[in-house]
Ligand binder design. Structure first.
Ligand SMILES: [Zn+2]
Length: 496
């Protein structure tokens, strides 16, 4: 019998910590890294990695794959990118706790973002986690408790503060989720019903997160003119409760606000100097993507949004609109834009996802370069249409464009942003580094050849230049092809 299950020979090892790459072999046994260095031994299987980099598997910290893990357990669009762990439940959106209100939450549009749930076989957060475990996904998965779902399940769409009894109920569900291993609490404060929550409600809930040693993760209230106050609100919540704070998909949105990240990053740095743990994630594109309904007030497109800057990514019925800008769709309908948008939302039962070209490259670079910024795709796994290319291309794009072409940080630093920094921030034990005893989540890629092939026009394309991806010791991408396996584990917060 060979001493090892798998031996990866001759690669350039990037261990995930940011340390310089070095030549060496990696041996895997029973799902874990058994040895690193110059290895004299045999294995059931060998992979020749000469000419390639060997890195820890990438951790996608900002995912909406909650339901996709059930519907498409291979998660091929992530696995092919070298992603071995997805962190779900972001932006306050999720599938548990579930009751009639939450079923309606899906029907009213969030199934456009998370995908349809064929059958709600769960009620509690713990029961939902069991359903994910039973689906045996290819990558590892971890979850945040989504505030929007918590609030809808408890008090529907009430636009007011919760009563003491309602707040107590939300805290109970949250505590149940934290006990089941959730990493923390997420909010989506631009969405209904997250937007109805005042800071005080979020502070109350974060006391529960703090008791369990979790993190507060926020799609903040305003990413445009109100960016700085919104960053301050997230920091205040962390400061008053003791939870670390992660600012989701940090950006400055809208032409008038370009350049604001200079100031928002200064606010974050000041807080860090005071001892508040504030970190962030970003995706490497100047276009955002969200539910079209979130860009409207009373059915009309919000004034700050130019209809030509908004492309429809996916719809439920009229697929001819996918890939078209709102002004083009209005022409196709022979209606003014003001009337076309509410008609589209109505005809599509609110399930319209949009891509918006609203950011500046300078802001994107500045945020990505920040030493506390990790990579999160924010990919929306729509089963149909033309999703934002970040769903298929985020991780290769960072390595292709920002490391190789622009050199805004080193390859080792780029990998750190995808591996050890997220593992440490989100309390995932023995992940995100190549070292003896860590789980064998690994990716083998050619840094000179890695290419994002997904585009806004043709987003559903797997990248090239990634030869192998390994999850808990199992090879799930081989010569660039996804080989689905039940390799993923359900990851709990480290001290659960
Ligand atoms: Zn978000």
């Amino acid at each position: 019998m060979s001493p090892f299950d798998l031996l990866i020979r001759g690669g350039s090892l990037i261990d995930g910590t940011g340390a310089p790459a070095r030549a060496g072999d990696v041996a895997v046994k029973d799902g874990k890294v058994a040895m690193v260095g110059n290895i004299d031994g045999t294995a059931d299987r060998e992979i020749d990695a000469s000419g390639s980099s060997v890195a820890p598997g990438f951790i996608d910290v900002h995912c909406h794959d909650d339901v996709a893990l059930l519907n498409t357990p291979s998660l091929d669009f992530k696995t092919a990118q070298g992603v071995t762990t997805v962190i779900c439940g972001n932006c306050g959106l999720g599938a548990a706790p579930a009751n009639e209100h939450v079923h309606e939450f899906f029907a009213r549009g969030i199934e456009g973002v998370l995908g349809p749930v064929p059958h709600f076989s769960w009620q509690t957060i713990g029961e939902f986690y069991e359903a994910v475990r039973a689906a045996k996904p290819t990558p590892n998965a971890a979850f945040l408790v989504p505030h929007g779902t918590l609030r809808v399940s408890t008090m529907g769409w009430e636009h007011r503060a919760p009563t003491d009894a309602e707040l107590g109920k939300m805290k109970e569900h949250l505590a149940e989720g934290m006990a089941a291993g959730a990493l923390g609490l997420s909010t989506g404060l631009t969405y209904v019903p997250g937007a109805f929550a005042k800071t005080e409600e979020l502070i109350e809930l974060n006391h529960v997160v703090a008791e369990h040693g979790g993190i507060y993760v926020s799609h903040i209230r305003n990413e445009g003119p109100g960016l700085l106050d919104s960053v301050r609100e997230a920091i205040r919540i962390g400061e008053e409760t003791g939870t670390p704070v992660q600012i989701s998909h940090h950006k400055a949105s809208g032409r008038d606000n370009w350049g604001l990240t200079k100031h928002s990053l200064a606010v974050i740095d000041e807080a860090r100097e005071r001892g508040v743990e504030v970190t962030m994630d970003a995706y490497p594109y100047t276009a955002a993507s969200t539910a079209l309904a979130a860009l409207t007030r009373n059915g009309r497109l919000i004034r700050a949004m130019d209809p030509h800057d908004v492309m429809v990514a996916s719809v439920k019925h009229q697929h001819e609109y996918e890939g078209k800008r709102l002004d083009e769709i209005a022409d196709m309908m022979d209606l003014p834009v003001e009337d076309a948008v509410p008609k589209l939302l109505n005809d599509e039962e609110q399930a319209v996802v949009a891509v918006m070209f609203i950011m500046e490259e300078g802001d994107v670079r500045r945020v990505l370069q920040h030493p506390q910024c990790m990579i999160g795709s924010d990919g929306i796994p729509s089963p149909t249409g033309k999703p934002h290319p970040r769903l298929y291309g985020t991780f290769p794009r960072v390595l292709e464009r920002y490391v190789r072409e622009e050199g805004i940080f080193s390859l080792e630093e780029g990998v750190r942003k995808m591996t050890s920094l997220p593992a440490k921030t989100f309390m995932l034990a023995d992940r995100g580094e190549i070292r003896e005893g860590a789980w064998a989540d690994l990716v083998i890629f050619d840094p000179a050849k890695i290419v994002e092939t997904s585009t806004y026009e043709e987003p559903r394309q797997h990248p090239t230049g990634i030869s192998h991806v390994i999850v808990n010791g199992q090879v799930v991408v081989e010569n660039g092809k996804v080989r689905p396996a039940p390799s993923g584990q359900f990851l709990l917060r480290a001290d659960t």
